[in-house]
Design a protein around this ligand. Structure first.
Ligand SMILES: Cc1cc2nc3c(=O)[nH]c(=O)nc-3n(C[C@H](O)[C@H](O)[C@H](O)COP(=O)(O)OP(=O)(O)OC[C@H]3O[C@@H](n4cnc5c(N)ncnc54)[C@H](O)[C@@H]3O)c2cc1C
Length: 313
């Protein structure tokens, strides 16, 4: 890593985001003897949960422990450093990017990897924040096992809700589908839900009652209630940062949410800019984010070697 003065660093790669995608990329790049700065705000998507599931050899690990172990292992490679900061802008082009942080610091790099993830925008329902990550979740692959055979409410205000009901039915047969006042269900949807013994309620939700994060009941504006032991809901997903789009990265359309377009190895349309993890795919799992981070790191290393190889005399 070149140090131009005490405040300015030039690295081979700046990884923006220190979730599983960014950490995995940093590990591969550190082992490839690249200088890497990982800049991370420290707000991974799953930080609300106590346990993460389904990552081989790490099933049920807490998000914090996952991060700590990864960081300890990566720091064995001395060319990798970590910055606890928020990136506010990225400018420049291949081989000479400049990354500005909220602290006022600027770091320069040859390549940029956006591993910035997505943000969940929760439906505006009183009491949902209190249960989110404890007994209300977004993905049955992640948290369905813990709620198996329980009485579950699925909340969705559009067709994605019907998809979620079908998914959740793999883990429990006790499902109530709540549209929270949205009237999008067609007669054939209602018949289909009934055929699968899914109760449906189209009233608006007044609030979710819980004790220490565990949902107890849902109260409707009509003052009727239903008891339930867990919730799955459809969140609205948005990019954690608009910086890739403002740098010229092509985005997919909003169906159901917009991601950064990349080739299979994480290269975006902007030369020298890569993306991995949730920000660049529609399917969101820790192991997949880590895998795509490793692939993007390989692409970065190959592209750096190509440049160096062609310049050598
Ligand atoms: C409630 C919940 C539970 C989940 N449970 C599981 C589970 O059990 N198993 C599973 O496999 N998956 C689970 N997931 C999905 C999993 O969390 C994501 O797939 C995974 O975190 C994506 O990794 P990532 O590295 O792409 O992004 P993230 O983990 O979200 O990390 C992105 C990082 O980038 C940082 N960042 C963003 N913008 C900036 C910026 N401008 N400057 C600096 N840093 C920035 C963020 O603060 C964050 O630290 C869950 C998701 C949710 C919402």
């Amino acid at each position: 890593m070149d140090s131009q003065n005490s405040d300015v660093l030039t690295t081979d790669v700046i990884v923006i985001g220190g979730g599983p995608a960014g950490l995995s990329a940093a590990l591969v790049l550190g082992r490839a003897r690249r200088s890497v700065a990982v800049i991370d705000e420290g707000k991974p998507r799953n930080r609300v949960t106590h346990e993460s599931h389904g990552f081989l050899t790490r099933d049920s690990i807490s998000p914090n422990d996952f991060h700590q172990i990864a960081k300890e292992q990566i720091l064995k490679y001395p060319s990798v450093s970590f910055e606890s900061d928020v990136v506010s802008s990225v400018s420049g082009s291949d081989e000479k990017f400049s990354v500005a942080m909220e602290s006022g610091r600027i770091i320069y790099s040859r390549k940029i990897l956006f591993a910035t993830g997505m943000k969940d925008v929760l439906p505006d329902i009183k009491g949902l924040t209190e249960v989110y990550g404890r007994s209300a979740f977004v993905c049955p692959f992640c948290d369905g096992w813990e709620l198996r055979d329980r009485h579950i409410s699925v909340i969705g205000t559009n067709k994605m809700g019907l998809h979620l009901v079908k998914m959740v039915s793999g883990w429990t047969k006790h499902i109530t589908f709540l549209t929270n006042g949205s009237q999008f269900l067609a007669t054939e949807d209602l018949i289909d839900l009934e055929r699968h013994h899914v109760e449906t309620c189209q009233d608006s939700i007044k609030q979710i009652d819980s004790i220490e994060g565990m949902v107890q009941r849902i109260i409707f504006k009509s003052d009727t209630t239903i008891d339930c032991e867990g919730i799955f809901f459809v969140p609205k997903l948005v990019q954690a940062t608009p910086i890739p789009a403002s740098l010229g990265c092509k985005m997919t359309d909003d169906n159901p949410f917009s991601t950064i377009s990349t080739d299979p190895l994480g290269r975006t349309n902007v030369v020298g800019v890569y993306s991995a993890g949730d920000a660049a795919t529609q399917s969101h799992q820790l192991i997949q984010a880590a895998s795509s981070g490793a692939m993007a790191a390989a692409a970065i290393q190959l592209d750096l070697l190509d440049t160096e190889w062609s310049k050598a005399r």
